[in-house]
Design a protein around this ligand. Structure first.
Ligand SMILES: *Cc1c(COP(=O)(O)O)cnc(C)c1O
Length: 374
């Protein structure tokens, strides 16, 4: 069976894990945490990077930093992972779900302004499949209405919007290193802070609401409880694994892009014949090869295709179900129809894409899809 995902280890991970253990410090904010954070700050110009135990954690930190209060409204796409909305729901926010674009699961930036009212506090975009949302539009609205902004960049490592690194555009951004992402540490994430006013507070929230980091830098002579916070930092073991992956970033990205391009070339004829739709990368976005997905005609066809692939020993999956229709939120949603979100919920299929996937396996998957549409 070709699995949907297989977590990759370059080999260096074990060496760095051993080194971390031998150093006598495996709790958080040590050598490897700092190496990882510096890597991101240097390469992508994030003003501050803080490793977290997950992207979910980084999103929760974002909601605290943005000072989201009960009753505040936060606009985000309905077609996303639950953590995007949970982070704000935990602070008492009302989520105002927006629809996806016609050609892409990303939030339709032309449909945001009509959702803004005096209670609107923030916009949280999701760069689906690592492809940028139309950020000029988002930032223009944020400026016009004085809104805070957040990027769910869980899938968006090493990807760009008009040359700007994703994660460097909004006040804050959240990345994921979950084993299904491009660069991994099992579970893991990172908060990127770009709003200068959030920098000091971000470190405090990260360290359980204490000014412990400033204390260890010698900036204050004692440390204590100065704000709300939680234990958001990962152990050095996760950071050591992650650092080995970051050193291999280009190798990993290049192989993923090769696989992505093989799929795209191998399935093009089916799109030309009107049988299915392949991913569309907006002109202002780059492709970081996080995901290869297909759009089928309808739900029935998707189910049959997944079943067919399974018979051919290929594990393909679908994912998000519109959050505005979820058991938890359907009664809280304002009743607006979000047809594109529902459409992608019903029709999108993700194909296996991982570093160690072999060319012959990619070809086998392409052949199986070709046979299905014959
Ligand atoms: C993976 C993912 C998350 C959650 O990441 P974790 O690190 O597992 O918490 C959040 N949002 C999106 C869009 C994701 O793809």
């Amino acid at each position: 069976m070709i699995p949907f995902n297989k977590p990759y280890a370059s080999g260096k991970e074990y060496e760095y894990l051993k080194d971390a253990v031998a150093s006598g410090k495996i709790s958080g904010n040590g050598k490897y945490t700092k190496l990882c954070q510096q890597f991101f700050e240097k390469k992508y110009n994030f003003k501050k990077s803080l490793l977290t135990s997950s992207c979910t954690d980084a999103l929760e930190m974002s909601a605290i930093l943005m000072d989201i209060q009960p009753g505040d409204e936060v606009i985000m796409p309905s077609y996303t992972f639950v953590s995007t909305s949970n982070a704000f729901v935990l602070r008492g926010a009302k989520i105002v779900f927006a629809d996806s674009e016609k050609e892409h699961p990303n939030i339709d930036c032309n449909k945001i302004e009509e959702l803004i009212n005096p209670k609107t506090k923030a916009i949280c975009v999701v760069h689906y499949a690592g492809n940028a949302c139309d950020m000029d539009k988002v930032m223009e609205l944020a400026k016009k209405y004085n809104l805070k902004t957040c990027e769910d960049a869980a899938q968006a490592i090493d990807s760009f919007y008009k040359g700007k690194p994703l994660g460097s555009i909004c006040d804050v951004a959240a990345f994921s290193f979950h084993e299904t992402k491009n660069i991994i540490s099992g579970e893991g994430g990172m908060l990127a802070v770009n709003n200068e006013n959030y920098i000091n507070r971000s470190e405090i929230i990260w360290e359980k609401g204490t000014n412990r980091s400033a204390f260890f830098r010698g900036e204050v002579d004692k440390y204590g409880w100065v704000d709300m916070g939680s234990s958001f930092l990962p152990s050095e073991l996760q950071a050591a694994y992650l650092y080995a992956q970051l050193e291999e970033l280009d190798t990993i990205q290049n192989r993923r892009k090769e696989i992505w391009n093989m799929y795209d070339a191998g399935l093009k004829n089916l799109e030309e014949a009107g049988k299915l739709t392949l991913p569309k990368i907006p002109s202002y976005a780059t492709n970081n090869a996080h995901m290869y997905y297909l759009i089928t005609k309808d739900l029935g066809e998707r189910s049959r295709l997944i079943e067919h692939l399974k018979k051919d020993n290929v594990n393909a999956v679908f994912h998000y179900l519109s959050l505005h229709k979820s058991p938890y939120y359907k009664d809280k949603h304002d009743g607006r129809e979000l047809p594109m979100s529902d459409f992608f919920s019903d029709t999108l299929v993700r194909l296996p894409l991982f570093y160690e996937l072999k060319n012959e396996e990619v070809q086998q998957i392409i052949d199986s899809i070709q046979n299905f549409y014959k």
